[in-house]
Design a protein around this ligand. Structure first.
Ligand code: CTP
Length: 397
């Protein structure tokens, strides 16, 4: 779905649509009323081979142009050119034309290609709106620098159609790479029983693992999510959830599912030890003295899966560290036979347990290090899955 707004760069939509159609895409075009002044609906209808949508309904027969259906039909929604006006409305949930209602209903990835004069583009209001749209998970296609319709020179030219095409093409390549692949994810804490009413646990909320499960499922993967105790819900129907409580149960479920997994993401905060005996009755408080619990080691799920890892399997681990972060993370990466490890440090504000943000560094087994800025866990999940796809491609998975 292509959304065209009222800017001079709309003329570039003709070669853009032509390229998409030539490469086998089905294209539907939505225009704002003003966009019709810049490029004719007849041109766009001819090139896209579909009627152009501008109004909420056809005044001649009352037929409704359902923005909900459009939003569900599209695999991607590209808004190009995106004027300052439309960007502002998108960022603020304004819904006064079909292009905008379709944006609010769209379930697919959304790209927008700003096009405006350099001073408009630089204005803090526009920059703030663009940042807001990015924070909602939309993708900006940066404008180019050069000669502008106003006669001025600077940044604001809509990206060239050929470049937009390449950006979307490689997005689909990465984004659909996991389609049909099997991904197993462990997430959340484990609870190790002491007696019928008490356990040893940890602060993990499971949010990162659940965000990863949704991201993989959104990209078409068959996801098995082995979840420790958490109140989080899964949204995507492609996620098969196995609820477990203890490390041993998580281990059993992981080993059982491992042989069919193409990708294994070990995100759970697994208790390293459990009480050696579980009392069958509630332990009563002793009048005097201390109490001692004897703990025995739990199986290391990641290490066990690392030992039986196949050539064409990708294993990803996590390391939440408080000190000597890089050394500890790299050590775990090789010890557990991960393809890469995602490290976060409790020293970083906004990283770690119970928060909606995370700041990660990825260490690959080959020695590459990539640091990412603080992002939402949803955005971090997308970065991690991109890194998975990169390795999967290298392994010819
Ligand atoms: N992990 C696992 N099973 C365990 C312990 C850890 O699968 N019993 C996985 C985690 O999900 C994570 C990685 O191993 O991907 C590192 O976890 P961490 O607890 O940091 O590793 P440990 O080897 O337990 O190291 P530490 O001594 O820091 O506790």
């Amino acid at each position: 779905m292509l959304g065209i707004t009222g800017g001079i760069a709309a003329y570039k939509c003709a070669p853009l649509v032509r390229e998409f159609v030539k490469r086998g895409a089905e294209v539907k075009v939505v225009m704002t009323p003003l966009a019709k002044q810049f490029i004719t609906p007849l041109t766009m209808a001819t090139l896209s081979k579909n009627p152009i949508l501008v109004d909420f309904f056809n005044p001649e027969n009352g037929e409704w142009n359902s923005h909900v259906n459009l939003g569900m039909w599209a695999d991607v929604y590209l808004i190009a050119p995106a004027t300052a006006n439309t960007i502002g409305k998108m960022a603020n949930g304004v819904a006064d034309n079909l292009l905008l209602t379709s944006y609010l209903s769209a379930k697919c990835p959304v790209f927008f290609a700003p096009a405006m004069d350099l001073d408009m583009y630089k204005h803090p209001a526009v920059q703030k709106n663009i940042a807001t749209l990015i924070s909602y998970g939309n993708h900006v296609i940066e404008p180019g620098t050069g000669f502008l319709a106003s006669g001025l020179e600077g940044k604001g030219r809509m990206a060239e159609p050929a470049d937009i095409f390449v950006i979307l093409d490689s997005f689909f390549d990465t984004n659909r790479y996991l389609a049909g692949k099997r991904v197993m994810i462990t997430a959340g804490p484990t609870y190790e029983k002491i007696d019928p009413v008490r356990f040893i646990g940890n602060y993990s909320s499971g949010k990162m693992g659940f965000a990863l499960a949704e991201e993989c499922a959104d990209r078409g993967a068959e996801v098995t999510l082995i979840a420790g105790p958490t109140s989080l819900k899964t949204v995507n129907e492609k996620i098969t959830r196995i609820n477990v409580e203890s490390a041993q149960q998580m281990y059993d479920a992981a080993v059982e599912n491992s042989s069919v997994a193409d990708v294994q993401i070990l995100c759970a905060a697994v208790a390293d030890y459990r009480p050696s005996v579980v009392a069958d009755k509630k332990i009563k408080r002793e009048k005097t003295g201390e109490m001692t619990l004897t703990l025995v080691p739990n199986p290391d799920i990641a290490a066990a899966l690392g030992k039986i890892k196949r050539e064409n399997q990708v294993n990803v681990g996590f390391a939440l560290e408080t000190n000597d972060e890089a050394t500890n993370a790299k050590d775990k990466c090789s010890r557990k036979n991960f393809d890469f490890i995602v490290m976060n440090s409790l020293k970083d504000k906004g990283a770690g347990f119970q928060v909606d943000t995370n700041k990660i560094t990825i260490f690959t087994v080959g020695g590459d290090i990539k640091e990412y800025p603080l992002k939402t866990k949803k955005e971090v999940a997308a970065d991690i899955v991109d890194a998975v796809v990169e390795i999967a491609k290298k392994k010819g998975l």
